[in-house]
Design a binder for this molecule. Structure first.
Ligand code: SF4
Length: 99
C-alpha cells in the first residue's frame, strides 16, 4: 500500500483558467479525478477570480474515481505522474487509459 508521499504528482496542468493553476503547475494540495465515459475529468478544476492552493505545493492525485483506468488500484492512481489539460472537458486527466 502506497503512502501519501508516493501519490502521483500532477506534473503539468495546462488549464490556465483554473484558480489552482500557476504557469502550468497545479498548487492544490491534492486533486480528485472523476468523469464518465471516455473523459476523466479533473473534479478540482474551479475557474474563480481568486487564486487557490499553496505556492510551495505541487498537487498530487489524492483520489481517482476512474476504476476503469489501467493506472487505478482501489480508486487510487498508481501512475508515476499525470498530466491534466483540455480534453472532452476543459480539464481532463490526459494520462487516463481505459483497460
Ligand atoms: S491516470 Fe488514470 S488512475 Fe491516474 S488519475 Fe488519471 S484517470 Fe485516474
Amino acid at each position: 500500500m502506497a503512502t501519501l508521499a508516493e501519490l502521483p504528482q500532477v506534473s503539468e496542468c495546462t488549464v490556465a483558467g483554473c484558480s489552482y493553476n500557476d504557469h502550468s503547475h497545479c498548487h492544490a494540495g491534492a486533486v480528485t479525478i472523476s468523469g464518465e465515459g471516455s473523459e476523466a475529468r479533473c473534479a478540482t478544476f474551479i475557474p474563480l477570480n481568486v487564486k487557490g492552493g499553496l505556492d510551495t505545493v505541487l498537487a498530487s492525485v489524492g483520489a481517482c474515481q476512474r476504476a476503469d483506468c489501467v493506472h487505478n488500484e482501489h480508486l487510487t492512481c498508481t501512475a508515476t505522474a499525470v498530466r491534466v489539460g483540455a480534453g472532452a472537458d476543459l480539464a481532463d486527466c490526459l494520462t487516463y487509459q481505459p483497460r
